[in-house]
Design a protein around this ligand. Structure first.
Ligand code: SF4
Length: 220
């Protein structure tokens, strides 16, 4: 990819950075995926190399999507921090008896969603831990409560583990499962979970997560 003449800083920053970094950045602009080693060089870039990296990233953003930036006003609502899974990387989950364990009622979840709506939010991102004793219809009923109060609110909700857990409990009672929400599993979280689980020594959790993604049919 040629460097845009309208994006002068990219060219200037590239010329000023170390040759080995320039070579990698030029490779990145020409399309093919970088190697791990090349990525590591960029991940540890500083000074003029970092400035070139930022300039090239800005150039690629401009070339890909232009200058229009879109966003949604969103509120994250965590319905509970109680979780039995125990991922090694997690600083959020608590045992049910922990002093700072909490679980929000549907009323409080709806109140927070309403508060967000009143302040201009169009989306709520709903996630939480996985308590062992969660009702099989908790996820459905929570989504219904929010949609009943705020039909136009986009609901971006649940982790693979949460969706799978809810699906498991529902399946035990109904023999089938459903999607009840607008957007299953915030994608960034799914990717982060996938990477973290893949790095974990607990292979069963990796398989559990992959099973969740595949069986419910969402591919992050
Ligand atoms: S499932 Fe989520 S909340 Fe539970 S331990 Fe893992 S990352 Fe933490």
């Amino acid at each position: 990819m040629a460097i845009s003449t309208r994006n002068g800083p990219s060219l200037a920053a590239l010329e000023a950075c170390p040759p080995e970094v320039r070579e990698i950045l030029q490779a990145a602009m020409s399309g093919p995926e970088l190697t791990f080693e090349q990525g590591l060089v960029l991940a540890t870039a500083d000074d003029s190399a970092l400035q070139a990296l930022v300039a090239v990233a800005d150039h690629l953003r401009d070339a890909t999507v232009g200058d229009a930036i879109t966003y949604v006003v969103n509120r994250n609502i965590n319905f509970t921090n109680v979780c039995f899974v125990g991922c090694s990387f997690c600083g959020f989950g608590r045992g049910p008896g922990a002093a700072d364990a909490y679980s929000l009622s549907f009323e409080e979840m709806v109140r927070r969603a309403q508060e967000a709506w009143d302040r201009g939010a169009t989306e709520v991102c709903i996630q939480g831990g996985l308590p062992r004793d969660l009702d099989g219809f908790f996820y459905r009923d929570l989504l219904r409560a929010i949609k009943r109060a705020l039909p136009a609110m986009h609901v971006h909700a649940f982790s693979p583990g949460g969706a799978l857990g809810g699906d498991h409990h529902r399946g035990a009672r109904t023999g089938h499962s459903h999607h009840f929400h607008d957007d299953v599993w915030p994608r960034r979280r799914a990717r982060r979970l996938g990477a973290a689980h893949a790095a974990s020594s607990r292979d069963s959790k990796t398989h559990w997560w992959i099973y969740g993604v595949r069986s419910i049919g969402i591919h992050p």
